[in-house]
Design a binder for this molecule. Structure first.
Ligand code: ADP
Length: 515
């Protein structure tokens, strides 16, 4: 025999059901066909900001503006249709209203409940404000990404630079329009098929591998590694290369290489941006040819004018004093012009890397001694004393004596011409950490802070140098730097404005030891 049900069994089930309903976060509201609210869960009270009393028995329009109520009505009509199908409909998203009058967007679905068809309906209301906001955010982000992608694409395709990206194995994954124009290949024939090695000469790759091995202290294979070795270590890698156009002609470029990294910071590939230097090279060559031609053309007539002036000046007795003075000025100006023409020709040789050096063992002290002697008349004309004691001992170095004399003469003549009258210029030779050091110290105006970084540049002269009548071309130090560096040495200066300068150059032990 079945035991009779416990007296509070129904009550317990109702309480259990209510507890389940109250544990969900969606609002659950039971309505009758007249849209009066019959029951609801705790989430409904919280979502609409209403107490039990302000919900129970009240009409649904309390919670919704008229368009939403119409949407609900239509849904109920579907549920109570003649074939009583379906049991549930999605009423869709609609605005609903809190007790304080604020509205939010809710997703509403309704199902039929109750024993009599069409007497009771359960409405499940989900607040979709956050998912809407997330969606809006996502949409805004997508728009931004699309904009930035289109910007990148426009820049990538519009730039005249060749942009080539590769994966870690060296396969080309990006070959922009600039690369197509510069190198004559179509992107399709390069993408995922070729590596950048096909754009380079083997010899240049091999030379770069040796250079990188020395610089990084690890063996760098002469292959794709030459493009990745520095950038994968986070080092800047920008240098000139000669690429090969599809038709075989060389294309000089300035190529800068960077590593691409994924979210985790791992290297995922490399990108190279190449700037075509062909036009710049052509212009440089034209300028250099022009300068060389003009300078050569100037040198021959200048030599003959100078010869004529000196011939006339030699017969001083036949000249009046003003005429002799004029010849003296003309001779000085000829000398200045000759120096300038020679400087320009030297500079042009340096630029073309065609300056010849005849390096042999020489006594550096003797070279300096000769430079000082040759400038003695110049120092006298400025009333400047040159303090130089040729040191005892062996100061042998492997140098081009003529070129090192040129450097010493330049430093010394600068020191003399920038020194106050009756002051002293001190020339010294000694040992330095790197080899031998020659220094020239003066008590002149010093080098202004803002001029220091430019002083070794071509045609560099401090603002007032010309005005004070020191003359010169602003080329001497640029030439001296190139000569010293060609010997593997360094040139520099220390200076305090108003307290003079010390210019020096150092020749490395190798050239000294080789002697
Ligand atoms: P130049 O002397 O023919 O102008 P340089 O290249 O030898 O060309 O020197 C460049 C400039 O550097 C000079 O014009 C001058 O402004 C500055 N300079 C060089 N040496 C000295 C020095 N010893 N004292 C002050 N300024 C100097």
């Amino acid at each position: 025999m079945t035991p009779p049900p416990e007296p509070d069994h129904d009550e317990a089930r109702v309480a259990e059901l209510q507890a389940v309903l109250d544990s969900v976060t969606d609002a659950i509201i039971v309505l009758d066909r007249e849209l009066a609210i019959q029951s609801f869960n705790t989430a409904a009270e919280q979502m609409f900001g209403r107490s039990k009393n302000s919900l129970r028995g009240h009409p649904l329009p309390l919670l919704m503006p008229p368009p939403a109520v119409r949407q609900i009505d239509a849904a109920l009509a579907t549920l109570t249709g003649p074939d009583h199908r379906p049991r549930m409909v999605m009423a869709g998203e609609m605005p609903v209203r809190r007790a304080d009058g604020t509205e939010f967007i809710a997703d509403v679905r309704i199902s039929r409940t109750g024993a009599d068809v069409g007497s009771r309906f359960t409405m499940i209301v989900r607040d979709v404000t956050e998912s809407h906001m997330a969606f809006d955010c996502l949409e805004a982000m997508n728009r931004k990404i699309a904009e930035s992608l289109s910007l990148q694409q426009t820049v990538l395709e519009g730039t005249s630079c060749a942009v080539i990206a590769c994966d870690t194995e060296g396969r080309i994954v990006l070959f922009n329009a600039g690369a197509e124009r510069m190198l004559g290949y179509a992107a399709e024939e390069m993408l995922f098929r070729a590596t950048p090695l096909c754009l380079h000469d083997d010899a240049e790759i091999a030379a770069r591998a040796r250079e990188l091995s020395d610089e990084l202290g690890v063996a760098v294979e002469p292959g794709y590694a030459v493009f990745s070795a520095k950038s994968m270590r986070g080092l800047a890698d920008e240098r000139e290369w000669t690429l090969r156009h599809r038709d075989g002609r060389p294309v000089p470029v300035l190529l800068s290489l960077s590593a691409l990294r994924d979210d985790a910071g791992q290297v995922s590939g490399f990108v190279g941006i190449a700037h075509d230097l062909s036009e710049a090279r052509r212009l440089e060559e034209m300028t250099s040819d022009f300068v060389a031609t003009v300078s050569h053309e100037l040198r021959t007539p200048l030599t003959s004018i100078r010869g004529a002036i000196r011939l006339l000046a030699a017969d001083a007795s036949s000249l009046s004093a003003p005429a002799a003075r004029l010849l003296e000025i003309a001779d000085k100006n000829c000398s200045r012009l000759a120096t300038m023409v020679n400087d320009i020709l030297d500079l042009e040789k340096i630029d073309r890397r065609s300056m010849q050096f005849d390096c042999r063992p020489h006594s550096l002290a003797q070279v300096i001694d000769e430079a000082v002697r040759s400038l003695q008349p110049f120092a006298d004309s400025f009333a400047v004393r040159v303090d130089w004691q040729a040191p005892a001992g062996d100061w042998q170095a492997v140098i081009d004596a003529g070129r090192i004399t040129q450097v010493a003469v330049n430093l010394l003549s600068n020191a003399i011409k920038f020194s106050p009258r009756r002051s002293c210029v001190t020339v010294g030779i000694g040992h330095a950490a790197g080899g031998l050091r020659v220094s020239v110290r003066d008590c002149g105006p010093g080098i202004a802070e803002d001029f220091r970084s430019r002083i070794f540049g071509k045609f560099a002269q401090a603002g007032s140098a010309g005005l004070r009548g020191h003359g010169g071309s602003g080329l001497g130090l640029a030439i001296s730097k190139a000569i010293v560096e060609q010997h593997g040495g360094t040139i520099g200066f220390d200076s305090a404005v108003g307290h003079g300068s010390e210019f020096y150059f150092e020749l490395p032990f190798e050239s000294v030891a080789a002697a």
